[in-house]
Design a protein around this ligand. Structure first.
Ligand SMILES: Nc1ncnc2c1ncn2[C@@H]1O[C@H](COP(=O)(O)OP(=O)(O)OP(=O)(O)O)[C@@H](O)[C@H]1O
Length: 651
């Protein structure tokens, strides 16, 4: 049925696509929904906006926002908003009114009514694409039932072992949260350990593994432990840190606990894609509820990067008896894809919300009293979540800056940036693009960095007698010491613009010699999983001459301490990586990190982005911004992702 308003509405949607306010997909989706049933202008507008929001990470559209502040919801000005408003005609003024309009459409399933597999789902006052609704509901159900499945460890045994494993652990804020995290994770099928960089998440989980092994694993011959992370780099780091921590523990605990047996049981850490058995050209994995993973304990690091669909797949593939331990920093940027699962799971982590049963168990199992202000009724997930609060590695100005940004205190952040005299942090403002390029070339005076170091190593070649792989590993490590991070992809402050200028300047300085797209020294980031060559989205490699084939180029990747290479011409989905997005930098750290804030961030600038950028810096951090106000604006902006997960978890 075609109605009078349609041409006007479509013309407006087309116009919004042309100005870049809407993706082409969003307009097309609205048309599609209109073509399969009634096409009220309200429904079609809601569809276009829902699709747009899902493209920017939201899992649903909140009807209350749609009714009251639609322009704010979309990040548009009132002027940008008005044409759509006019084309729709009557705009429902409350969530209830929107619900009534949408529930009356044949394309929308209202949860509770007969399900006819409609493409859209209305759950309370949230509108979803069916896929996201299904994922969100499954995640909520799976984590709740895991959190509610209590095991009954022998508390005396737990306490005895915790005292062995954490002999000199300091008490943080009145409680030793690391010990508490171990005890809490041990009593359920789910344990969530969150905390900023260096708060000891890996240190704690290594002790948790030892505790599991001590209290259960020795009886349960062949306890199968798997480790995974969203990216290959994060997985390799996790494995390395846990191996090291277990080594130290083994020496400490001695024959009382054969921890070397435990270490031997754990294979390599894998990416989530590889753990679940990703298959080319399909979103489905080899492992799912019908063919679950063969694990008893699964540890997943960098969980903030896991998007909703991946979390749903992971939970589905985990056998019911297995324990899931999630590690991550809840304050980091969420995944590019829809969902902010770790943030949602940890939304009570700051305040605790521990109930009487948890308090009693923690007291018995650790000998610790959780301070009174962490008591409450946070629901089942909160009982299995512990936030580590004291950073052991991340003190000094970088830590202070991260803390100020996280707390939304832009005055304090500016004070740290301007008042630090030891060079660990610096602020270049008002800056031009050339300032970023200068940093790329030569780093910061007195601090170093820049890309000359690894390029010089390449030029010098492998020292006589050195193994080629060792030399390549040293070049890759030198490259990993410095990075430029951007908030956006496009424009002069974006990844694309900066990479181009940096390449040009490095060539002008005689540091690289370009021969078309590929050249010796070109750093690349893989942008799509490629099962043929075994490289995955986010992997970073360096292009070097192939020692076996004169004239040929290979791209080398570091996996833990091992070097792997692929012929450059076989890599199709890669981009130059002198500059990369903050998003893609998650799970990595660089000795000197430069964060370039764009003049026009188009909504990308937010507190989580700045925090994530700062916490990528190990020793030195440089902020570059065209104006000082940008920092303040970014810090005051929070990334709020609409989702129903928090509500589902609390119910
Ligand atoms: N209770 C503790 N006592 C002594 N050292 C500790 C303790 N907790 C952590 N550390 C040390 O602090 C450093 C940081 O710990 P760890 O790597 O576990 O932190 P993390 O939270 O996993 O960091 P990231 O987010 O960077 O992965 C390590 O060197 C670790 O050995």
């Amino acid at each position: 049925m075609t109605m009078m308003h349609e041409p006007a509405l479509f013309a407006v949607l087309d116009g919004l696509t042309e100005t870049g306010q809407l993706r082409r997909l969003s307009g097309a989706f609205a048309r599609f929904i209109g073509s399969v049933g009634s096409s009220s202008p309200q429904l079609m507008a809601a569809c276009a906006l829902l699709s747009e929001l899902e493209g920017s990470g939201h899992s649903c559209l909140l009807l209350a926002d749609l009714a009251a502040t639609p322009a704010v919801l979309m990040g548009w000005t009132e002027e940008q908003w008005q044409p759509l408003r006019d084309a729709v005609g009557e705009w429902p003024q409350s969530a209830t009114a929107w619900r009534a309009v949408l529930a009356g459409s044949g394309q929308v399933w209202s949860v509770g009514d007969t399900d006819r597999q409609q493409p859209l789902v209305l759950d309370g006052e949230r509108l979803y694409l069916r896929r996201y609704w299904r994922d969100e509901t499954q995640v909520a159900h799976a984590v709740r039932s895991r959190a509610l499945t209590a095991r009954a460890p022998d508390v005396a045994d737990v306490r005895r072992w915790l005292d062995v494993l954490f002999d000199h652990a300091p008490r943080e804020g009145g409680a030793d949260w690391q010990k508490i995290a171990c005890a809490v994770a041990l009593r359920g099928q789910l344990g969530i350990i969150t905390g900023g960089p260096g708060t000891g998440k890996t240190y704690t989980v290594a002790r948790l593994l030892a505790l599991l092994f001590a209290t259960e694993g020795q009886r349960q011959a062949g306890m199968r432990i798997a480790m995974a992370a969203p990216t290959g780099k994060a997985a390799a780091r996790l494995k390395q840190s846990i191996d090291q921590a277990l080594d130290v523990l083994a020496a400490k605990v001695g024959p009382a606990l054969p921890l070397r047996d435990l270490a031997a049981r754990m294979g390599a850490a894998r990416t989530l894609h590889s753990l679940l058995g990703a298959r080319p050209d399909t979103r489905a994995f080899q492992h799912h509820a019908g063919n679950p993973l063969e694990v008893d304990v699964l540890i997943v690091d960098e969980a903030s990067m896991i998007h909703l669909e991946m979390m749903a797949s992971l939970l589905a593939a985990l056998p019911p008896h297995a324990r899931l331990i999630l590690l991550g920093d809840k304050d980091q940027l969420a995944s590019v894809e829809a969902g902010a699962v770790l943030g949602d799971l940890c939304h009570r982590a700051e305040t605790g919300g521990y109930d009487d049963a948890t308090l009693a168990y923690v007291a018995a199992a650790t000998g610790q009293d959780i301070p009174a202000h962490f008591r409450g009724h946070g629901g089942p997930i909160a009982q299995q979540t512990v936030m580590l609060r004291q950073s052991r590695r991340f003190g000094g100005p970088i830590g202070a800056l991260a803390l100020a940004v996280n707390a939304g205190d832009s005055l304090q952040a500016q004070e740290v940036l301007r008042g630090t005299t030891d060079g660990t942090v610096a602020w270049v403002e008002p800056a031009q693009q050339s300032d970023v390029v200068q940093l790329a070339l030569a780093g910061r005076p007195g601090v170093g960095g820049g890309y000359q170091g690894y390029l010089r190593l390449i030029r010098a070649g492998a020292p006589d007698g050195a193994a080629h792989d060792d030399w390549v590993a040293s070049v890759l490590k030198e490259f990993e010491a410095f990075r430029i991070l951007c908030a956006v992809r496009e424009g002069e402050w974006g990844v694309a613009g900066l990479n181009e200028v940096i390449e040009h300047k490095l060539e002008a300085a005689g540091l690289i010699r370009r021969r078309g797209e590929w050249y010796v020294g070109r750093p690349v980031m893989v942008t799509r999983n490629d099962y043929g060559t075994g490289v995955f989205n986010g992997d970073i490699g360096l292009t070097l001459a192939d020692p076996a084939r004169p004239g040929a180029l290979r791209v080398y990747f570091l996996e833990g301490e091992k070097v792997r290479s692929v012929l450059a011409t076989r890599l199709r989905n890669v981009e130059t990586a002198f500059a990369m997005t903050v998003h893609k930098s998650q799970g990595s750290e660089f000795n000197h990190t430069v964060l370039a804030l764009p003049r026009d961030g188009g909504g990308a600038l937010a507190r989580e982005l700045v925090y994530t950028g700062i916490t990528r810096a190990r020793s030195y951090f440089t902020l570059v911004s065209p104006s000082p106000q940008l920092l303040q604006e970014a810090i005051s902006q929070r990334t709020q992702r609409a989702s129903g997960l928090r509500g589902l978890l609390d119910n």
